[in-house]
Design a protein around this ligand. Structure first.
Ligand SMILES: Cc1cc2nc3c(=O)[nH]c(=O)nc-3n(C[C@H](O)[C@H](O)[C@H](O)COP(=O)(O)O)c2cc1C
Length: 534
């Protein structure tokens, strides 16, 4: 099984690379009126409205990065804040006849393939059970009660995620599986930051895909009859102190289930992408991804130095104001301090990386276009000793690996005076890559982990998505703005860095700069009707 799965993943990865002479296979035409419904519902399930409480959280951005906040109790109000700040609607946007929601978690093409579930036991004001989160209403839909033989002790809370690949595939075709996994990684980051604002800890529960599917009921085919199915991703444990709860997988199997999934695509499906089903199957986790023998991270200080710009800002404000820049001011210059603060946020051991198990396998390469005091050039931050060794043997032998100095293991690789036009080309000719102050490519230690366990294909994208979420929020905290870049010509970037094989692959790109706002787009409050009722 492993051999076939590995071959499948390598095949999928190569096949879904965008190349200068052809994009990965996708639809030839798009009927925008036939966009998949971004809001899943479970018809016939019991609904519970959640309170909108994020405004009451006073936690500052600086305090999010410490353990100084008293953990909030597990109750309906704090759960409402957690979900509002991780998956809730952040605003409604309107331009001409088009109206769309943006959420606290970003998503490729704003298509939102990620669905969030809550598994609650002993949360005050909420019945024990499995609940699906409905972001448009900020409400929960009950999917299952808990089995009566559940352990009776203290309260437990888990968030679990699934992906609906069709939502992404509708627009992006075969490459969509990658975007679903990146979005799931962003969602993990969104949960981590929201939990930090409540003083809570977060960690990934090692479980097989089959156990996650049984827990979430995504394997209950009758409940999804006639509707797009969901692929179980992972379970996140939320604790008020350090992680200690039992694995949750037996809890819902004997519960009472309710709800029928709605159909998201009302139109006629013009395209089907069987390779997405194949890579989904090949990358399922058959044994939990624990890497006890993995090399330890570099011993770099995870302490966050004081930052006068961001420290006193409220975390809940920063989280809800996060947006993707659609254009950047091409004359803006970012300071070295801003740049280094963003680099520092990639370090292991600090928020949000405390939620990530095992050794970091993603290593950011920074392209500094317009950073005051730094040349236009290429930099790398190895995030583990193993990563540094791999980077040194994989990247171009012409790179000179000049340490930046200071506490960060940041190396200058080369100057590159024509970065803007090169990166515009690499990033599918997108102007934001040229106009950003900094662009980032996330290089993964790729072939070895995937050979050892095909499920690593998903977890590498999750780690990249988590890195993207850290970049979005750090950019926002420093008065800048970010945009994730899923569209790039994979091997063109590899050529630029001298990468010749699959030992390292770039999985995701990112841009940071000074945004230019489009005044024609109007903004409305996320839950105006509900606000008015309260
Ligand atoms: C995985 C991923 C890939 C993305 N790729 C691109 C891209 O190539 N170009 C772009 O302009 N925006 C890209 N975005 C930004 C999304 O379009 C944006 O998140 C979405 O429209 C929602 O807007 P928001 O981030 O302001 O909430 C990407 C976002 C994610 C999460």
């Amino acid at each position: 099984m492993h051999v076939a799965a590995r071959t499948m993943i390598q095949h999928y990865h190569e096949r879904t690379k965008h190349r200068l002479d052809r994009y990965a296979a996708g639809p030839d035409t798009l009927d925008w009126d036939m966009q998949p419904d971004p809001f899943r519902r479970f018809i016939g399930s019991r609904k519970e409205q959640l309170p909108l409480t994020a405004d009451t959280l006073l936690t500052t951005w600086a305090n999010c990065h410490t353990s100084r906040i008293a953990p909030a109790p597990f109750n309906r109000s704090s759960l409402g804040a957690l979900l509002e700040l991780s998956f809730g609607i952040a605003a409604w946007k309107q331009y001409g006849p088009d109206r769309w929601a943006v959420r606290c978690n970003p998503s490729s093409g704003n298509l939102h393939p990620t669905e969030a579930y809550v598994l609650a036991h002993g949360v005050i004001g909420l019945d024990d059970g499995l609940w699906h989160y409905a972001p448009k209403e900020h409400a929960l839909e009950q999917r299952a009660t808990l089995s009566p033989d559940r352990p009776e002790d203290r309260s437990h809370l888990w968030i679990a995620l699934s992906s609906i690949a069709w939502r992404e595939a509708w627009k992006y075709g075969e490459r969509a599986f990658r975007y679903c996994q990146l979005d799931a990684g962003h969602a993990l980051g969104a949960v981590r930051y929201a939990a930090a604002a409540l003083g809570w800890c977060v960690h990934l529960v090692p479980m097989t895909q089959a156990d996650v599917a049984a827990l979430l009921g995504t394997d209950r085919s009758a409940d999804f009859a006639g509707a797009e199915n969901e692929e179980a991703e992972f379970v996140i444990e939320i604790t008020r102190q350090t992680p200690s709860s039992p694995a949750p997988f037996a809890w819902t199997t004997h519960g009472r289930w309710s709800g029928q999934a709605n159909r998201l695509d009302q139109g006629r499906r013009l395209y089907h992408w069987p390779i997405i089903d194949e890579v989904t199957l090949a990358s399922r986790c058959m044994q939990p991804l624990n890497m006890p023998n993995a090399p330890m991270p570099l011993a770099i200080p995870a302490v966050r130095p004081p930052d006068p710009h961001s420290d006193q800002q409220r975390a809940s404000t920063l989280i809800r104001q996060r947006r993707s820049a659609q254009r950047f001011d091409r004359h803006a210059v970012m300071s070295t301090d801003q740049f280094l603060a963003i680099v520092r946020a990639m370090q292991v051991g600090r928020l949000p990386w405390d939620a990530w198990p095992g050794t970091p396998r993603l290593h950011p390469v920074f392209f500094t276009h317009r950073v005051a005091g730094l040349p236009s050039g290429i930099w790398v931050l190895p995030r583990s000793d193993h990563g540094e060794a791999l980077l040194r043997t994989t990247l171009s032998p012409d790179f000179h690996w000049q340490p930046h100095g200071g506490e960060l293991p940041l190396y200058h690789l080369a100057n590159h005076p024509a970065l803007a036009s090169t990166l515009r080309t690499v990033c599918c000719h997108q102007a934001i890559a040229a106009d950003a102050c900094v662009a980032i490519a996330m290089l993964a230690d790729f072939s070895a982990p995937v050979q050892a366990n095909p499920a690593a294909y998903r977890s590498l994208f999750h780690e990249a998505g988590l890195m993207g979420q850290a970049l979005y929020l750090e950019a926002e905290a420093h008065g800048l703005r970010g945009t994730g870049i899923g569209c790039f010509f994979d091997d063109t970037l590899h050529d630029l860095l001298g990468i010749r094989d699959q030992r390292m692959q770039s999985l995701y790109h990112f841009t940071i700069g000074m945004p230019v706002l489009d005044e024609r787009i109007t903004t409305e409050a996320p839950y105006a009707a509900q606000d008015a009722q309260e």
